[in-house]
Ligand binder design. Sequence first.
Ligand code: FAD
Length: 340
Amino acid sequence: MMTPVADRPANGDMHAADFYAANKASFSFEFFPPKNEESAETLFHHVEQLQSLKPSFVSVTYGAGGGSRAITQDLVFRIKKQTSIPPVPHLTCVTHTEAEIYDILEQYANAGISNILALGGDTPKHMPEHDRSRDAFRYATDLVRYIKAFGEKHGGQEIKDPRGFGIAVAGFPEGHPATPNRLVEMDHLKAKIDAGADFIVTQLFFDNRDFYDFRERCELAGIDLPIVAGIMPITSAPAMMRMADLAAGSRFPAPLIKAMLRATGGDIHDPPKTTREAVRRVGVHWATEQCRDLLDNDVRGLHFYTLNRSTATREIYANLGVQDSQALAEPPTQLMRPVG
Ligand code: FAD
């Protein structure tokens, strides 16, 4: 049973289409569901710390199954209730039935959530035998279409916006490993957009040229939605290695590798403990420069993969010389010179 709109808390949640129509860019942070009660408290502390940066939204990833999926929902509800930041839950197709997806959408509608990041998801490691063709939704496109239809049915009633949920989808500047043919991959992305997406959030990348090329290829494919750039500051050498795996083969440009080699004395794989701070500084500096360049090139958003911490993101803002996202969104673009 859905709760009437008037009974729900309001915290500035806006349909994505309206947000990007009114704002030049979004600034958002991504978290993953904590493992237990204690890490939930630590994470919430970091969420609160990042509140002062006035993000446009925070997103919460969706696990591969089991209890972590419920933890995602709990965290989304808590952020919605206890902070001023609009949460955007991730939702994946993998292993779900249609009834389960309906139930989750109903709960998000009841909680006053405005936007959802719809994803395919990957086959969980602990379920290698899982047959994806038996999932109710095989590809993210199918889920986008369903969320759109759900929104059209409940929009203006249980969901406050008549269009239903705003929908984000994933984009891959370096390409998605399951579709080596990049032209075909672009057709799949276009299908996902045509099914009803409102904006794209990209996988992390370390070379802005990959992002600009992706943006241009999207344009050529007739995709003119806001494309938000995924930024992951490298904070340690082991994290760099994990990241390369997680992003299914993210490319580290030679200048970044050289900087890391200098910082670690040549051993990126097993660097001396004394070089930890140097590695972190190089990673944060690199991400800062990526952000500066993207902002100078009219990016429609920066999405920070925070790894559930706040320090690196706060340092990037400080390095960019701003206190919060508002200063990033509305920078003065003219040199001021006193006359007389
Ligand atoms: P899809 O759009 O379904 O695409 C998956 C692959 O299938 C692509 O190679 C695509 O080209 C291909 N494809 C699409 N349509 C067709 C078709 N009709 N026929 C044949 N092939 C097709 N994973 C999680 O588990 N939880 C998360 O919270 C999460 N958050 C993410 C957030 C972002 C911003 C990104 C970039 C990724 C995230 N992922 C997450 C990982 C993501 O789920 C995987 O990378 C997944 O493999 C691809 O997701 P997708 O939504 O692009 O899937």
